[in-house]
Design a protein around this ligand. Structure first.
Ligand code: GUN
Ligand code: ZN
Length: 435
C-alpha cells in the first residue's frame, strides 16, 4: 500500500547501542530540532530538520515540537486473552490462574469473542505507545487467528502463538499433544512471516504440558528454527515445587525445557525470579532470554528479578508488561515499577538504559534490531511521540528539568498513556494528531 510521504519534526532520540552509563552520549542520537522522512512504512532519512526539509520535496510536514520522537515501544511478554483479567484480587500465581485466568480464557473458544477482544487489545497497546508485542493467545486456534488477523489489518509487527496446554487446566482449555502440534503447524503456515507477523511456539509452562506435549513442542522448535519459543520459568515458589513433582527426573525447572530442546537464542522465558545456579549457567550457555515483568511480579507477589546478577553472567534480559498478571499496558509504568524492584536490590535503572531497554534493547532480545526499536534510515516506521509535561504534576515537575536524562526519568516514573501524544504504525498516524 502506498502512503503519504511524511516529514515528522520534533526532538529525535534513537539508541545505537546500550548506554554504558549516564554520560555515554555515543550510545544514542539526539537531535534537538530533528526530523524523520517517512514513506511506505519505512524511515527513509533522519537528520536535522533544516537539512532534511531540503530533500523532503512535497512531503507533508507534521510538527511535533516540542515533543520527543522515539521508536515505538516493544512489549516482549503479555497475554492477549487476559484483557479482562487485569486487577483480579487476592491471589498468587497458581490460585490466580485457576480462579480468574483459566475461566476467562475458556471464553476465547468463541470466534466472535476473540475478534472483539483483539480489537480492544490492539487499541490499548497502541494508545500506550506499544507498536510490537509478543503475546500468548489462548489454547484455541481461533484466538491466534483473531490475534494475527487484527495485527495484519493494522499492519503491525506482532509476534505470538496459541498456548499448548494439555493438563492441569479445566475442560474447554486443553488441547492434546497431537492437536496442539497440528494447530501450531497450521498457524505457522498461515501467519509466520506473512506481512509483519511472526510466530512463537508457546508451551504455556511445564505444569500445563505433559511430557508427550513437551516432546511435540521440541519437535516444533526443531522443525521451525526461525520461530520464537516462549514459556514461563521460576515465577513463584509453589509453581517451582509443583513442576519438580511433575518432572521428578529433571535437575531443576529449567532442566525440563532444556531436556525437550526448547532453549535457543529465540527462547523467551517469562519471569526467571527464583533461579538456581545451574539454571543461570544454562541460560547463559543457550542464549535464551529472561523476561522481566515488574508490574506482574509485584501484583502477584512473585518476587524480585535480579537484573544485574543475570547481566553480570552475560545474559540479555528483556522487559515486558505481562498483562493480565501485569497491571498496566504502559511500558513507561513497567519501567516505573521496574525501577522500584531494582532499587530494593540496590540496582538503579538509569533512564537512558530504561528507554534503550523498551526500544532497541527489546528489539535486540528478539533479534529484530535492524527492523524495529530504532529511528535509523531503513527501519520500519513505528514511532512514538512523547510529552513529559502531559499532566499537571508532570508539567510542574518539568519546570525544573535541565537535562534529557531528567526529562526521560519523569516519563519513566510519571508517564503512562497520557504522555503518548501520537503513535505511528508503519508510518501511519494512529491517534489523529499526526493527521
Ligand atoms: N504462568 C503460566 N501461565 C501464566 C500466566 O498466564 N500469567 C503468569 N503471570 N504466569 C503464568
Ligand atoms: Zn505470562
Amino acid at each position: 500500500m502506498m502512503t503519504d510521504t511524511l516529514l515528522l519534526r520534533g526532538r529525535v532520540l534513537s539508541f545505537k547501542s546500550e548506554p554504558q552509563g549516564p554520560d555515554d552520549t555515543d550510545a544514542f542520537t539526539y537531535l534537538e530540532d530533528g526530523a524523520l522522512l517517512v514513506s511506505d512504512g519505512l524511515i527513509r532519512a533522519v537528520g536535522p530538520y533544516d537539512s532534511l526539509a531540503q530533500e523532503a520535496g512535497d512531503a507533508r510536514l507534521v510538527d511535533h515540537r516540542p515533543n520527543l520522537l522515539m521508536a515505538g515501544f516493544i512489549d516482549t511478554h503479555l497475554h492477549f486473552p487476559q484483557v479482562q483479567v487485569i486487577a483480579s484480587w487476592g491471589a498468587q500465581l497458581l490460585d490466580w490462574l485457576n480462579t480468574y485466568t483459566f475461566p476467562e480464557e475458556t471464553r476465547f473458544a468463541d470466534e466472535g469473542h476473540s475478534a472483539e477482544m483483539a480489537g480492544h487489545f490492539y487499541d490499548q497497546i497502541i494508545a500506550h505507545g506499544t507498536t510490537t508485542a509478543v503475546a500468548y493467545c489462548s489454547v484455541h486456534k481461533a484466538s491466534a487467528d483473531a490475534y494475527f488477523s487484527e495485527a495484519a489489518r493494522r499492519n503491525m509487527r506482532m509476534i505470538g502463538g496459541k498456548v499448548l496446554m494439555d493438563r492441569n487446566a479445566p475442560d474447554g482449555l486443553r488441547d492434546t499433544p497431537q492437536s496442539g502440534y497440528d494447530d501450531t503447524k497450521a498457524l505457522i503456515e498461515a501467519w509466520h512471516n506473512k506481512g509483519r507477523g511472526l510466530y512463537a511456539i508457546t508451551p504455556r509452562f511445564a505444569i500445563t504440558s505433559t511430557p508427550e506435549q513437551m516432546e511435540m513442542a521440541g519437535a516444533l522448535v526443531r522443525e521451525h528454527p526461525d520461530c520464537y519459543m516462549q514459556t514461563h520459568l521460576s515465577e513463584n515458589h509453589d509453581e517451582i515445587a509443583f513442576t519438580k513433582e511433575l518432572y521428578p527426573d529433571a535437575p531443576d525447572y529449567l532442566g525440563v525445557y532444556e531436556h525437550y530442546g526448547l532453549l535457543t537464542p529465540k527462547a523467551l522465558l517469562g519471569h526467571c525470579i527464583h533461579l538456581e545456579e545451574r539454571e543461570i549457567d544454562v541460560l547463559a550457555g543457550t542464549g535464551a532470554k529472561p523476561v522481566f515483568c515488574p508490574t506482574s511480579n509485584l501484583f502477584l507477589g512473585s518476587g524480585l528479578f535480579d537484573d544485574a546478577g543475570l547481566r553480570a553472567r552475560g545474559i540479555t534480559n528483556a522487559i515486558a508488561t505481562d498483562i493480565g498478571g501485569g497491571t498496566s499496558y504502559s511500558m513507561l509504568q513497567t519501567l516505573n515499577e521496574g525501577y522500584k524492584i531494582l532499587q530494593l536490590q540496590n540496582q538503579s535503572l538509569h533512564p537512558l538504559r530504561a528507554f534503550y531497554w523498551i526500544t532497541r534493547g527489546n528489539a535486540e532480545a528478539l533479534g529484530l534490531s535492524g527492523q524495529i526499536g530504532t529511528l535509523e534510515a531503513g527501519a520500519e516506521a513505528d514511532i512514538v511521540v512523547l510529552n513529559a509535561s502531559a499532566t499537571p504534576p508532570m508539567a510542574l515537575r518539568s519546570e525544573r528539568t535541565r537535562t534529557l536524562s531528567e526529562e526521560l526519568f519523569i516519563l519513566q516514573i510519571m508517564g503512562d498513556d497520557r504522555a503518548v501524544d501520537e503513535v505511528y504504525v508503519a508510518g501511519v498516524a494512529q491517534k489523529g494528531v499526526g493527521g
